[in-house]
Design a protein around this ligand. Sequence first.
Ligand SMILES: *Cc1c(COP(=O)(O)O)cnc(C)c1O
Length: 390
Amino acid sequence: MNINDYIYLDNAATTKIKKKVLDSMIPHLESNFGNPSSLYSFGQESRNSIEESREKISTILHSKPSEIIFTSGGTEANNLAILGSSYAMKDFGNHIITSSIEHHAVLHPCEELEKEGFEVDYLPVDKFGLVSPKDLKNAIKPNTILVSIMMANNEIGTIQDMNNLIKVVREKQDSNNLILFHSDAVQSLGKMEINLKNMDVDLLSVSGHKINGPKGIGALFVRRGTPLRPIIFGGGQEKQLRSGTENVAAIVGFAEALFLAESERENFNEKCTNLRDKLSNRILELIPQSFLNGHPTERLSNIVNISFDGVEGEPILVGLDLAGIYASSGSACSSGSLDPSHVLISTGLNPKLALGSIRFSLSPSNSEEEIFYVVKELSKIIKTLREMAS
Ligand SMILES: *Cc1c(COP(=O)(O)O)cnc(C)c1O
C-alpha cells in the first residue's frame, strides 16, 4: 500500500525517514561495514563516523560529546536512566519521584524498581496535564535519589514547566542529598529548544524515529559525573554504559535527522501550529460534544487530542482508516486493549470520554486541504457512530 494515498496523522507514533537521512546511512550499510572496535583503519572509519555523529548531536544539544550515550531508542534510554541511576544511587536512598503521565518506558521500569524495594511516587497532574512544582517540592524526602519528568507529553502534547520543576529539586538538594533529574525529551526533540547548558538536568532521553530518523536508535545524555550503572553488559562500548556493537548506520542517520530537524525547527512549528489550530478549531466547531484534551497553549505544535462523547476510539479509527486517514487512539502501546489512556485518566477525564479520544499528530508535510478532508470525514464517522449507538 502506498502511504502517499493516505493522510498520515500519526507522527507522534513514528515519522517517515527523510531522503537525506536515508542517503547518509546507505554507505554504512553497503560498504563501510567495519566494526568500530576493530583497530585497523577500516574499523576506525566506522569509529570516526560514530564520533562525528556524537559531536553533531552534542553541538545541537549544547552538551559535551562524551555526555552522549547511544542506545537502541527512547525506551532503552529511559530504562538506562531510571534503572541505571537508581542502582548507582541506592546507597544514598531508595525514593524516586515521577509523574502519572509518563510514557510506559518510564513508568514500567519504575514499577520494576518498586518490586525490588524502591519507593516510587507518581505525581498527579492538573486537568491540562501539568505537574505542579509545589507538589514536587512536597514529595521530596531525605531519601529521594531521582526525579523523572518528561518535557512534553506524547498523547496530549502538554509541555511541562521544566525550569521551575528543576529549580525546586535543586533548591531542596544539598551536598549530602544528591537528587538526579531525568527528563524524557523524546517528543520535544526537534520541536522545542533543548539547551543542556541552560537546562540543569542530569539525564535526558531522545530518540531517532520521532524526528524523521531511523527506528532503533536513541541516546541518553548523561551529564559528566552523574552516577550511572549499565543495564547491558558485554564488550564495554559507549564508555562501559551500553555494551554491544554500535549501530553505525542508525547513529549517522540519527545525527543527520537531528541536524535537519534543528535547522527546520522554526518552520516545523509555524506550519504545524497553523494546521493544528485549523484542525482542532474546526473539529470543536463542527462536531457537537467534542472536547480538546491537554493544555490550550502550553503544548507541542503538532499534537491534537480530542474526545468525542458517546463514541469509542476504536471504531472511529476504523472509519478514518477506511477514509484513508491514519491517526491514533490513546497511546500506541495501549491500542488493542480497551483500557482508557493513563494520561487522560490522570487529567481527570472520565473513562468514557477517555475511551472516545483520538490523537492526531501532524507534520509540515500535511496540507490544509488534508485537514479539511479529515474534519469532513470525521464528522460523518462520529455522526454515524452516534446514530448507531442511540
Ligand atoms: C516514542 C516515545 C518513547 C519511546 O521511544 P522509542 O525510540 O520508540 O523506544 C519514549 N518516550 C516518549 C515520550 C515517546 O513518545
